[in-house]
Design a protein around this ligand. Structure first.
Ligand SMILES: [Zn+2]
Length: 332
């Protein structure tokens, strides 16, 4: 993908936010406790929604059963509450919406857009000519023309067009991706029977009327796939703003895998102030330290999406967070 900030052009993304009230969301995967990186996404999406007079919904993306950690979702919700986030409506759980994903898959099957794939991982590895944009294997389209007789389907894939998807990202600027050349026909229903993340996200955003997506830039490369899925399902495309992802000194995204420390609402305003620095926002006045309510009032009033760094990743070591407890814990 290539990026150019703030350049208008023909775009696949029709700004849906202009039609109706802003409706955003935070959609964590319960694979572990909230860490600094996920707090950044929560704060960015929350402030952008509230500063635009919009709604902010919380959706638990527990669609990937093998990766879901029991109790993690409750921990995430308690932590959000502890930091003073207030969400609109009921929390939505992907694991309870399988019927919706099934219905969408059937629509795509009936339209001839989804097709069964019998390839194993090793077969794809043997035939893929190059890696896909997200570091996986570019599916070479082996089963596009139909399965050989007597061969059983393992997964279902979405046919993608050989054309460039161009969209404007409110933070990263213009982005473009050719789905066939950069991604290949992608999986909707996995060989293990789980619905793929891309399908669930698009179905949920459409069903919940989400018209503004603010999330980590690690999902920027998924955006063209989601726009194509929206078009296939007749759903409108939300506006997109991809926040820089927090990385450690080694350049790794903060995550459970890189042993990012869990955050604690005990650090309340202190930690939120560091998130605001990370997001290139105004410095929170020292005199207000302490009250979460005061912090949020100030943060909503001063939020400026134009201040967010237009880079995919920001190292915690590069920010003025170097003395923070986050950094100290990173070094442990
Ligand atoms: Zn195949």
């Amino acid at each position: 993908m290539t990026y150019k900030r703030n350049r208008a052009s023909t775009s696949d993304a029709v700004p849906a936010a202009q039609a109706g009230r802003y409706r955003g969301r935070f959609a964590p995967s319960p694979t572990g406790p909230l860490h600094f990186g996920s707090l950044v996404a929560a704060v960015g999406s929350y402030l952008d929604a509230r500063a635009n007079g919009g709604e902010w919904l919380v959706r638990i993306e527990d669609i990937d059963a093998p990766r879901t950690v029991p109790g993690a979702a409750d921990g995430i919700l308690r932590t959000l509450e502890g930091f003073g986030f207030e969400w609109d409506g009921e929390v939505v759980w992907q694991s309870r919406r399988l019927d919706l994903y099934h219905a969408a898959l059937v629509r795509l099957q009936l339209a001839g857009l989804a097709y069964p794939c019998a390839c194993s991982r090793s077969e794809i590895a043997a035939s893929a000519s190059r890696p896909s944009v997200d570091g996986g294997l570019l599916y070479p389209g082996t089963c596009r023309a139909g399965l050989k007789e007597g061969v059983a389907a393992r997964a279902w894939r979405l046919r993608v067009p050989d054309r460039e998807f161009i969209f404007h990202d409110c933070i990263q600027g213009q982005a473009r991706q050719n789905l066939e050349k950069d991604v290949g026909d992608f999986v909707l229903l996995r060989a293990d029977g789980q619905y793929a993340y891309q399908l669930a996200v698009v179905v949920d955003d459409a069903d919940q009327g989400i018209n503004a997506v603010v999330r980590g830039a690690d999902l920027l490369d998924s955006t063209a796939r989601q726009i194509w899925l929206q078009q296939c399902l007749g759903a409108s495309t939300p506006t997109y703003a991809h926040l820089p992802v927090a990385v450690n000194a080694a350049g790794e995204k903060l995550s459970k895998q890189t042993r990012a420390p869990a955050i604690d609402p005990v650090d309340g305003v202190d930690l939120l102030r560091r998130v605001m620095r990370f997001l290139g926002q105004a410095e929170y006045p020292e005199r207000n330290a302490g009250s979460l309510r005061e912090f949020w009032e100030w943060a909503i009033a001063t939020w400026d999406v134009a201040g967010v760094p237009s880079t995919r990743a920001v190292s915690l070591a590069e920010t003025r967070c170097s003395q923070s407890s986050v950094e100290r814990e990173q070094r442990r």
